[in-house]
Design a protein around this ligand. Structure first.
Ligand SMILES: Nc1ncnc2c1ncn2[C@@H]1O[C@H](COP(=O)(O)OP(=O)(O)OP(=O)(O)O)[C@@H](O)[C@H]1O
Length: 262
């Protein structure tokens, strides 16, 4: 079996923000390889650079040192080629547009013809189990449904890479569990590569093929855990010794990198 192609290659990457209070070392000495079809979670305490790392991949921040390639290109080339879809913590849907019209937005910007737009809206709404809600407005949907709509929007132009910044962080645990299961099914069906930011240990372990534990000041990688759980999982897996072992290692990493002075 050949090794999966590299989608993201990060070497010795750093990013220092210059602020009025002096430099902030948001990322330091980051080395990370993400293969095609991987589901990678970034987990760590507040301020350890999770969002900054995701934004570097998305070309929304420019590193101050080291190198990064996305699909073999610079992040800016990858962004120009629409290599990724981005899902934010808040669903960020336009309240004056229907769900279908929100999903259509990137397609309109990219100049897709009307028929193709409609087909993609239909396909992606089905993928996130929102068929039938096309004409609703975002405020008529629950928080979980809104997040599913924003995932459909990120997938509408069929990027190979999905970047997700704590998409389910604001939802209650039962809804989050349900969306985690749906996201895994969607990942299995679409074979996307996913980079997912979370604060939740069970969420990271349940979803990921690889878990990256970060620690702050400066933001750096403390541990990278390759999961040996089967790719097809249901929530019951959280009771198994294999799951608990990985969760334990993540917790140890978080504890080691944590400062209780905050
Ligand atoms: N534009 C910016 N200018 C200055 N400092 C910044 C900027 N963006 C982030 N930072 C700082 O960089 C560090 C990392 O921030 P980042 O938001 O990436 O952390 P995080 O791990 O995603 O945190 P959280 O879990 O709270 O979202 C923090 O100290 C933050 O204050």
């Amino acid at each position: 079996m050949t090794a999966p192609a590299r989608v993201i290659d990060i070497e010795n990457l750093s990013l220092t923000f210059q602020t009025n209070d002096g430099p902030v070392h948001a990322l330091s000495d980051i080395d990370l390889a993400i293969g095609e079809g991987d589901f990678v979670s970034l987990i760590g305490p507040s301020g350890c650079g999770k969002t900054t790392l995701l934004r570097v991949i998305a070309d929304l921040e420019v590193p101050t040192g080291g190198s990064i390639s996305v699909n073999g290109m610079t992040p800016s080339q990858a962004r120009a080629k629409r290599a990724y879809g981005y899902v934010f913590q808040a669903a960020a849907l336009y309240p004056w547009r229907t769900i279908a019209d929100n999903i259509a937005l990137p397609l309109e910007i990219m100049g897709f013809a009307k028929g193709e737009r409609e087909e993609r809206i239909r396909r992606n709404m089905e993928l996130v189990n929102l068929a039938g809600f096309e004409r609703k407005y975002p405020w008529q949907l629950s928080g979980g449904m809104q997040q599913r709509a924003s995932i459909a929007r990120a997938l509408s132009f069929d990027p190979d890479l999905l970047l997700m910044d704590e998409p389910f962080g604001a939802l209650d645990e039962i809804v989050r569990d349900h969306l985690n299961e749906q996201l895994l099914k969607l990942w299995a069906k679409t074979r996307k590569t996913v980079v997912f930011v979370t604060h939740s240990i069970p969420e990271a372990v349940f979803l990921s093929t690889k878990i990256v534990v970060l620690c702050p000041r400066p933001g750096r990688i403390y541990d990278v855990i390759e999961s040996d759980l089967p790719r097809e999982r249901t929530l019951d897996i959280r009771e198994t010794p294999e799951f608990l072992k990985i969760a334990h290692r993540v917790r140890e990493g978080l504890r080691a990198g944590h400062s209780y002075d905050d």
